[in-house]
Design a protein. Structure first.
Ligand SMILES: O=P(O)(O)OC[C@H]1O[C@H](O)[C@H](O)[C@@H](O)[C@@H]1O
Length: 581
């Protein structure tokens, strides 16, 4: 692919393309030098900012639910592509025309159009684009790393496990995923470019006409279709062969193992077909391999009860050694052991910690804020240190990087959601890598005559009760209301939680407030109250070591909300839970 344009803003080229649609921009196009980009139209800015979801882009892409109007359109993807071209050029200090960006997508119904639109945004700016078609999030990052590919940037079109009408994008360079601040800059710039082009998100008809026209006028020469997944699968196979180093069967070290893969009709079937199968595993009992963006079987999410039940059933029916559950874009995973026990959330972190701490004794494991007390004890008993930080995969990854940089070795950062990153794997949020680490451990144990992987969890204490429940925020400024509730909760705690002397604030709190609750002698429980990262909710994570403990804790929480009728929230779900018990 040849690079074309000199470095610079892609305004004239884009403006020429959309002349027919935006007359006022056509006038600007005849100017010799492009005028300074105008500030973003306030409504456009709001619309673009609304689709920022922390360190990715997410929105409603399909008009399938009257209560959920579309918030992410193909034209918005186009301008996000154009904005990424500029961002990447500045980041890499490279002319736009020399940049190469790869684009992959998940099997969602809206993904092909979204991928085409963002590709057009990039090519209209002069970037060379490699389209991969169906791919996974970790593979997209690896396309910036693997020799002979090494793209300057990569974009994955996905909304992970979210409902069918959602979509979004994740952006990468060889340094990893873009941060919240980078995405903030990207959405702002996209809003400015859209304003400049007179392409305001509210106008849906114009939106579609714009994208079609732009696509028709875009240069095909800047787009190549590349089959990257087989390259990535080869990389993963070689990695496994080297890690297992089977004394008698180096090339097919999984011979004799039966593994069920359940990608939930997302993008992870290649783990069965192109990675585990060719290494000798019998993957014939795998389920839901067919990519299907309507997710007909269950949500592709290792936390989903139906996903666990389906995988367990398949493992037990086939007498398999292991089941692997993947989310849609394969940045999260969970497993099922040979006895059919689902290993996700705290148990998955415990399993990964046991493996990682054997390889990196005494080091620190970073987790999200709602991990169980049992997990903390488990990590400590293994000789490791536990750093319980915040929610959000990017938050824990950045904390892990920061700790390593400051001389605190940290090999694993994991969330209960199944997001996990390892120092040995580019600090990449990678569900495939985690699951493959477990396969490697399973083989190692058999070769050494050690018991099955589930033996690693025998000392993990599971809570008797555990759940997450949400208090919906009805106020228009949900973030501000969430902060007010959190501040009032702290005051309530400081004032003795209305007489609950057995409620104690944890020493380290990085988001919201986590309280240790001691009841019934030495039986413990805890509650974490925090504003959701992205949704208009106050999230309550609760665990108890005795039956009925969660109800008592939540009853007390309801008292807190009763004392604060000024908050615009709905505690209906908590009330329902308490009333039902
Ligand atoms: O704050 P919440 O609403 O619970 O959402 C928290 C979750 O948000 C996203 O889905 C991130 O990908 C996860 O890493 C994070 O755990």
């Amino acid at each position: 692919m040849a690079s074309r344009e000199p470095r610079g803003r892609p305004v004239l080229r884009r403006v020429t393309q959309i002349t027919a649609l935006s007359p006022h921009v056509a006038a600007a196009a005849v100017a010799e030098t492009p005028a300074k980009t105008p500030a973003a139209d306030p409504d456009a800015l709001k619309a673009y900012q609304r689709v920022q979801n922390g360190s990715d882009v997410r929105g409603i892409a399909l008009d399938t639910n009257p209560d959920e109007p579309v918030t992410l359109t193909p034209a918005m993807m186009y301008f996000l592509g154009a904005a990424f071209a500029e961002w990447l050029s500045a980041k890499r200090d490279q002319p736009i025309g020399s940049l190469r960006v790869s684009i992959g997508r998940d099997p969602r119904l809206s993904s092909p159009l979204m991928a085409a639109s963002i590709a057009t945004g990039l090519t209209s700016a002069g970037v060379s684009v490699a389209r991969f078609g169906p791919c996974t999030t970790p593979a997209m990052f690896m396309s910036c790393i693997l020799p002979e590919h090494k793209y300057d940037g990569a974009i994955m079109i996905t909304a992970s496990h979210l409902p069918v009408n959602r979509n979004g994008a994740k952006f990468y360079t060889c340094e990893g995923g873009l941060d919240k601040a980078d995405i903030g800059a990207l959405v702002k710039r996209a809003a400015e470019l859209a304003t400049e082009a007179g392409q305001l998100p509210a106008d849906r008809f114009n939106d579609h006409a714009f994208v079609v026209t732009a696509a028709l006028q875009a240069s095909d020469e800047l787009v190549q279709w590349v089959e990257f997944l087989p390259v990535y699968a080869t990389y993963l196979r070689e990695l496994m062969k080297a890690a297992i180093a089977h004394p008698d069967n180096r090339d097919a070290p999984l011979t004799g193992f039966k593994i069920v893969v359940n990608p939930g009709n997302g993008g992870g079937a290649f783990i069965a077909d192109q990675v585990l199968g060719p290494l000798g595993a019998d993957v014939s009992a795998s389920i839901h391999l067919e990519p299907d963006g309507s997710f007909p079987n269950h949500t592709p999410n290792p936390e989903d009860k139906k996903a666990v039940a389906a995988t367990t059933k398949a493992v037990l029916a086939a007498g398999a050694d292991l089941g692997i559950m993947l989310d849609t874009d394969v940045d999260r995973s969970g497993v099922v052991d040979a006895a059919g026990n689902g290993i996700n959330r705290n148990r998955y972190i415990a399993l990964m910690s046991a493996i990682t701490l054997r390889e990196n004794p005494g080091e620190t494991i970073v987790t999200d804020s709602c991990t169980s007390n049992g997990l903390a004890t488990f990590i400590t008993q293994l000789g490791g240190k536990h750093f319980r930080f915040k929610k959000g995969y990017k938050n824990i990854i950045n904390k892990g990087i920061e700790l390593n940089d400051s001389g605190v070795p940290c090999p694993l950062m994991m969330e209960t959601s199944g997001h996990g990153a390892m120092r040995e794997n580019y600090f990449l949020d990678d569900g495939a890598y985690g699951a493959l680490k477990i396969v490697i451990e399973m083989v190692r144990r058999r070769l050494q005559g050690e018991p099955d992987i589930s033996d690693l969890l025998k000392d993990l204490r599971d809570p008797v009760e555990a759940m997450e429940i949400r208090v919906a925020i009805k106020a228009s400024d949900a973030r501000a209301e969430g902060d007010k509730v959190t501040a009032a909760f702290k005051e309530w705690v400081d004032a003795g939680c209305a007489g609950a002397s057995h409620w104690q604030l944890e020493k380290e709190n990085y988001e919201g407030w986590r309280l240790r609750v001691t009841e019934e002698g030495d039986k413990e429980g805890w509650i974490l109250l925090r504003p959701s990262l992205h949704d208009p909710d106050i999230v309550l994570n609760v665990e108890s070591e005795h039956k009925g403990g969660m109800r008592t804790i939540l009853e007390h929480i309801l008292e807190f909300f009763k004392e604060h009728p000024e908050f615009e929230v709905s505690t209906a779900k908590v009330e329902e839970y308490v009333a039902a018990r």
